[in-house]
Design a protein around this ligand. Structure first.
Ligand SMILES: Nc1ncnc2c1ncn2[C@@H]1O[C@H](COP(=O)(O)OP(=O)(O)OP(=O)(O)O)[C@@H](O)[C@H]1O
Length: 717
């Protein structure tokens, strides 16, 4: 994601269509220095006309589609406790604030009138002068109080709205199934619906934006009407007012040049710059240090870095710096040139008029002052209004996206049949049957499984063997219904898997994935999540940890079960003296990685790979072996890959013992005790099952299984 204020000026990221840098009709290519290629969407003809660019009609048409969602948002906000009360107060304060400039203007007009009368008649109504002056001062003080109240009211309002939607958002994220969550379109939708960076929720920004737009309009209309009222009787008032305001309509010219108000993309093909960046990253990242040192690479890296820098000269800069330098060399735009004389025009006209009609000078001079000061604030208010309408239309679209995301349906439809009919039956295991199952992953064109058929009876121990990528894990994922087969049917206890209630089905099985992850939560929670229903039961957690072979090293940790493997909250600090090596009981990290806030899900600085696997195993035990009757099927994908031989031996012993009558399916690369004891072995090759049977059957068949078994046996002779 590019650095910099990507959304400044409000790019409509929700637009339909495609940005193709190679489309010369739509996209302008600019070479920035030697390194960067900038591609900018060409402005439509209409947008070149000053003023219309700000209206961006296409964008506002989209507002209409979003209205039903905005209505739903209002209803949702209404359901938040005390929100209407705060909202009412907020509206009242905003309205008062928007009227204040007009009231101030009116008093300024009154003061001018007094000056006018004083010049003409040489008399001053002192009482009137004092009361007008006091009221003018009172207005300023009232504005200060109102602004303060505005902040006081908007804070709890924003907080309540944010809290309400945060819970909604979490629910949306947490409930998505694998194919839906992995879909790039859904990812984009989620990213747009729940931008992670902004401090204020989009909902609050929209509410505040709409209210601000209303109050800005009230401000403009009230100021204009007061100004017209004051100037009505003055000879050149309307003409000078028109000239003063005209320059505010040319403000658009300068903003048109900003990169960030358009669709754009930048890239580089410069080999030297790419290499330079790679060298810089490699030298700064601790992950490469070992190899740099052991391989004696630094001299080569240094000389290459120097060579690239010399080849690039001044152009060895990041994109935004390069763009800034490039922009500074460009000539000012037509609109910004024309704005300057326009700014002076009222004074010139005023001088000409004054020369023509000297008698009217004093009044017009006062009016000119009033008009020009109002015009300056008016042009700012007007440009704010345009900006607000732009961001409102974007916010409305984001709200539509957000509600669409809330309503997002999972790709794996839920079944309706409760499972199992009889909970006691689960103790005897579950039967699994694949009938001509074929499957392709959603983002893949090739089959991960092809025409796979097999049947595992209740209570059997099945081992799936095969090379890397042959489809073993995929079989387990389909049984857990993480995906649905592209063709064929899977039966559980004789019933179509798709008809069974998903929650029931998943409760009835425990699965340990090969690419298991650790949650950025405490070890206790990491294990307890295996059986969320009993997460408070610390005895169960410790028992599960013992079965998983994890309890010993967990107890040795300083915080024991409360240890966080990856602390999800970063500490914040800056400017620490160099002697500060630890803070809040943790080592201070000065590495670059820290700044990125990245957390790796299955890596930990404190535990070994085997220890991590033991925690994952404990989670599976928490679910499967403790709550006796609720699980009937255990799926293990390479459960011993990171374990040492003793630990593996112990694990299989415990699994056999605790399995009871339940069905158990292993995916494995290893031939040994496990396969010898299996009721059924499925040998997979290239997405299909090539051999099927018990250890003895397969040895007799003299196929691939027998060949590898014999190879292994010879290796140990
Ligand atoms: N999420 C995915 N998206 C696309 N393709 C995938 C995905 N997961 C696996 N595949 C592909 O499906 C095929 C089967 O993969 P699978 O993980 O089932 O193999 P495996 O036998 O378990 O391999 P290993 O022994 O390495 O674990 C492989 O070709 C793999 O590249």
């Amino acid at each position: 994601m590019p650095r910099g204020p990507r959304h400044k000026g409000g790019i409509d990221t929700n637009r339909k269509g495609k940005f193709d840098p190679n489309d010369e009709n739509q996209v302008k290519h600019t070479k920035i220095g030697k390194v960067w290629d900038l591609y900018q969407e060409r402005q439509p003809e209409l947008a070149k006309v000053p003023f219309s660019a700000r209206l961006n009609l296409e964008r506002y048409l989209g507002l209409y589609d979003s209205l039903p969602f905005v209505w739903r948002m209002l209803k949702d906000i209404g359901s938040i406790r005390a929100c209407w009360l705060y909202l009412g107060l907020y509206l009242a304060v905003q309205l008062a604030l928007s009227l204040i400039p007009a009231v101030e203007l009116w008093y300024s007009g009154q003061l001018l009138k007094i000056v006018g009368i004083a010049v003409e008649q040489r008399t001053v109504d002192k009482n009137l002068l004092i009361s007008v002056a006091l009221s003018r001062v009172a207005c300023s003080i009232a504005e200060l109080f109102l602004q303060h109240s505005n902040r006081i009211i908007s804070q709890p309002l924003n907080a309540r709205i944010k809290q309400y939607y945060t819970v909604h958002m979490f629910n949306v994220l947490a409930r998505l199934d694998v194919p839906t969550f992995d879909d790039p379109l859904v990812q984009r939708q989620l990213e747009q619906a729940f931008p992670t960076s902004s401090r204020q929720s989009v909902i609050w920004r929209t509410v505040a934006g709409v209210v601000n737009m209303g109050s800005t309009t009230v401000m403009l209309v009230s100021q204009l009407s007061v100004l017209l009222n004051v100037l009505r009787d003055q000879q050149d008032g309307p003409l000078i007012a028109f000239l003063s305001f005209s320059h505010s309509f040319f403000l658009t010219g300068s903003s048109n040049r900003s990169l960030f108000t358009r669709v754009w993309a930048a890239t580089t093909h410069n080999a030297d710059f790419i290499k330079l960046s790679g060298l810089r990253k490699a030298a700064a990242d601790s992950a490469h240090r070992k190899e740099i040192v052991a391989g004696g690479m630094w001299e080569y890296m240094y000389s290459e870095y120097q060579r690239c820098i010399h080849a690039l000269g001044e152009d060895a800069t990041e994109f935004f710096d390069a763009y800034e330098m490039f922009n500074q060399d460009r000539f000012p735009s037509f609109a910004s040139i024309i704005r300057r004389p326009l700014h002076q025009l009222p004074q010139i006209v005023f001088t000409l008029r004054a020369v023509q009609y000297p008698a009217s000078i004093p009044i017009s001079l006062a009016s000119l002052n009033l008009i020009t000061s109002t015009a300056t604030s008016f042009s700012h208010t007007l440009s704010r209004l345009f900006e607000q309408t732009g961001s409102i239309s974007d916010n409305f679209t984001t709200i539509r996206k957000m509600y669409e995301a809330i309503n997002l349906a999972n790709r794996i439809p839920d079944g309706t049949v409760p499972y199992p009919e009889n909970h006691q039956s689960l103790k005897m295991g579950m039967s699994i049957e694949f009938r001509n199952v074929s499957f392709k992953y959603p983002d893949s064109n090739s089959y991960a499984l092809r025409n796979v058929s097999f049947k595992i009876a209740r209570g059997q121990l099945c081992v799936i063997l095969g090379q890397n990528g042959s489809g073993k894990s995929t079989v387990l994922k389909l049984i857990a219904r993480l995906y649905d087969p592209s063709e064929g049917q899977i039966l559980v206890d004789g019933q179509d898997l798709k008809t069974l209630r998903l929650a029931d089905l998943r409760r009835a099985m425990a699965i340990l994935f090969q690419d298991y992850t650790h949650f950025p939560l405490s070890i206790r929670e990491n294990i307890a999540l295996g059986d969320p229903g009993h997460s408070d039961d610390i005895d169960r957690v410790t028992q599960a940890a013992t079965l998983g072979g994890a309890s010993e090293f967990i107890e040795r940790l300083e915080d024991g079960y409360d240890t966080y493997l990856d602390r999800p909250v970063r500490d914040h600090y800056s400017g620490l003296p160099e002697g500060t090596m630890d803070l809040f009981g943790r080592a201070v990290s000065f590495g670059k990685i820290r700044g990125m806030g990245e957390m790796k899900s299955n890596e930990s600085t404190t535990l070994s790979g085997g220890q991590m696997q033991r925690i994952a195993l404990s989670r599976t035990f928490m679910r499967s072996l403790l709550s006796e009757s609720s699980v009937g099927l255990l799926l293990f994908d390479e459960p011993s890959a990171s374990l040492d031989p003793t630990a593996e031996h112990d694990l299989f012993g415990r699994l056999q013992l605790l399995r009871g009558q339940k069905t158990m399916i292993f995916s494995s690369h290893r031939f040994g005790n496990l396969t010898r004891n299996a009721d059924m072995i499925l040998y997979m090759h290239d997405s299909v099952i090539v051999e099927e049977g018990s250890h003895e059957d397969l040895l007799k068949a003299r196929g691939e299984y027998a060949r590898i078994w014999n190879l292994q046996a010879q290796a140990f002779l």
